[in-house]
Design a protein. Sequence first.
Length: 132
Amino acid sequence: MQPASKLLTLILLIFMGTELTQVLPANPEESWQVYSSAQDSEGRCVCTVVAPQQSMCSRDARTKQLRQLLEKVQNMTQSIQVLDQRTQRDLQYVEKMEVQLRGLETKFRQVEENHKQNIAKQYKVQSLISSH
């Protein structure tokens, strides 16, 4: 990054009402490093800038791997969101069916009870008719 570009970035972060915190890489041999992070007025981290070392080329194999990995993560995230939506929809369907099944069970019990009562009444009537 050119000195003028660094200065412009610093000024931009200051205008956004943030503090610039320089974080040096733990291992200078790493191809990617945390360059800086911005904090809001309450000290919460707003963003972290991950930048390649100045000597890195965008055609580097690690850069391509990182892009591919990011793409895979985004695809997995989308798949998980779709599965979550389907699961929620299926769960709502199952819960609705449970309510309907409970209602049917109640109706079947009522029909069964009414049937038993009708059989008992019919038996009484039959026995009264037979005894006369």
